[in-house]
Design a protein around this ligand. Structure first.
Ligand code: MG
Length: 493
């Protein structure tokens, strides 16, 4: 067993001076160093404007609002790409998703997944004695080789991909090839325990039980691991369509099913916080709540709100990639803090590694340590630049501080199309986006092109983009990056 001698520093104010070995038994390590527990809650397709503390109306999110009040609320927080699998790959590896070869959303017949050679947050924390559990949506490969137990997690219970990847229409009927060729060919939607399928999700009543089912698992996980440091990852299936709430919340909001579902997710967060409190873990737990991408706007009353930002899921406009993010860590994160600096899900891994003094992955990552932002250092700005990739590997825009330079590209658009209703999606279009520079300080809606007024800014951001293209590539210009890696692949299903 490889051991590593570490000289202890005052880790986040909790630690005393001693020396430890990296792979010592977890419980002793925990007592000596008070390594914080990590709870990472990821909502699916929840938009920038979907929580009361980000402007939502007609339903309530009191637990998330309290979480924000007792910690930090980020206002310029980004996902790597505005689609499920790519976003999750980035969150768990600290890399832009194109660096690790994951783009778009993986489907039930995909033969690729997150390469097991990539190091996930769970694997990084494991080096410091953490136990990790994931309860719900994985979406980084359905093949056994790619499932969570093979990627650093000890416990897994949930769906392997999105809850709409089943053969049923919203009214419960089976989709015909004429209605939807993909849907008609989908295999049963499995609920997985460990590596095995244990149940098929068949009806909307089944879907309505999901949030409560995995919340119970999360609470049990906290109870079970209260004496050891743990990483609890809770990637919700909802409010990704099809949406349904349990009887506890059915009809409780003024915003129909979507509001009911948001209230149930908020309740779930409350249950987790209560379990931490009951077990005396509140003070020593970092809780993070974030979404995987913006709202799927063509689902109308079953979709969320981008809070006035442009477009939504499946685009590199702000409505697609900017999401709510809240973090709470008593004694370390000041209460009521608002952070307006740029930060991103790719920064979570290196920040956690820094907090627990674990080594970073051996392969190149893109995230930076944002602990200074979390603790309220007003002068800190660890992430000045963010790259907006989409369609696997297309560099569609780059941001530095308040400036966002958009490059010519093809984009999905919701604008000009009537949304759908009650679980049936409306049409979307495709448009050619022309180059533009936006000042997000005064124009977060990206409406006023100011490139002609700011040629020096355009030149600076173009240089940043060229460096990114050499490193990560750019499908728009047919540039293959020097440092992109392959996903995991299996040859047979
Ligand atoms: Mg999503």
């Amino acid at each position: 067993m490889k051991t590593e001698k570490l000289t202890c520093m005052s880790l986040c104010g909790f630690l005393t001076v001693s020396s430890i070995q990296a792979n010592e038994p977890a419980e002793r390590d925990y007592k000596q160093k008070q390594l914080p527990n990590i709870v990472l809650i990821l909502a699916d397709d929840l938009g920038y404007g979907d929580l009361n503390c980000y402007g939502a109306t007609r339903y309530t999110t009191p637990n998330l609002d309290r979480l924000a009040h007792s910690g930090v609320r980020f206002t310029n927080f980004y996902v790597s790409q505005a689609v499920c699998s790519a976003s999750r790959a980035a969150l768990l590896t600290g890399c832009y998703s194109n660096r690790v070869g994951i783009g778009g959303a993986l489907f039930p017949n995909s033969l690729i997944g997150l390469n097991p050679q990539e190091e996930t947050i769970a694997e990084i924390l494991k080096k410091r004695g953490y136990s990790s559990g994931i309860f719900w949506k994985w979406h980084l490969g359905y093949q056994r080789e790619f499932l969570p137990l093979q990627q650093g997690f000890e416990e897994y219970f949930g769906l392997p991909y999105s809850n709409d990847m089943w053969k049923y229409n919203i009214d419960g009927s089976v989709a015909t090839p004429k209605q939807n060729k993909n849907k008609a060919n989908y295999p049963p939607l499995p609920l997985i325990e460990g590596n095995e399928s244990v149940k098929e999700i068949v009806t909307m009543d089944d879907q309505a039980q999901l949030t409560t089912m995995y919340t119970d698992r999360a609470v049990s996980f906290i109870e079970k691991h209260k004496k050891n440091p743990f990483f609890l990852y809770l990637p919700h299936s909802m409010p990704h369509v099809p949406i349904a709430a349990s009887d506890k919340f059915k009809g409780k909001s003024e915003q129909g099913v979507y509001g009911d579902v948001l209230m149930e997710i908020d309740w779930s967060v409350g249950q987790v916080l209560e379990a931490l409190e009951k077990n005396g873990l509140t003070e020593n737990t970092l809780v993070i709540f974030v979404s995987d991408n913006g709202p799927w706007l063509n689902f109308g009353n079953h979709a969320g709100s981008a809070g006035g930002l442009r477009e939504g899921k499946g685009t590199s406009w702000e409505g697609g990639q900017r999401v709510p993010c809240i973090m709470k860590w008593p004694g370390r994160i000041p209460e009521g803090l608002v952070c307006n600096k740029i930060a991103a899900t790719i920064d979570v891994l290196p920040t956690l590694a820094n907090i627990v003094e674990a080594p970073l992955p051996t392969r190149k990552i893109d995230g930076v340590n944002i602990l200074s932002l979390m603790t309220g250092d007003q002068k800190a700005n660890p992430r000045e630049v963010f790259l907006y990739y989409y369609n696997s590997n297309c560099l569609e825009a780059v941001r530095k501080n308040q400036w966002k330079l958009v490059f010519a590209h093809q984009s999905q658009t919701y604008e000009g199309f009537a949304p759908g209703k009650d679980g049936v999606g409306g049409k979307t279009g495709n448009v050619q986006v022309e180059p533009a520079l936006y000042d997000l300080r005064r124009d977060p809606g990206e409406r006023y092109d100011v490139k002609d007024l700011n040629p020096e800014i355009v030149a600076e951001l173009t240089k940043i983009a060229d460096e990114a293209r050499a490193d990560l590539g750019d499908g728009i210009l047919n540039i293959k990056g020097a440092n992109v890696r392959e996903p995991g692949r299996v040859s047979v299903q």
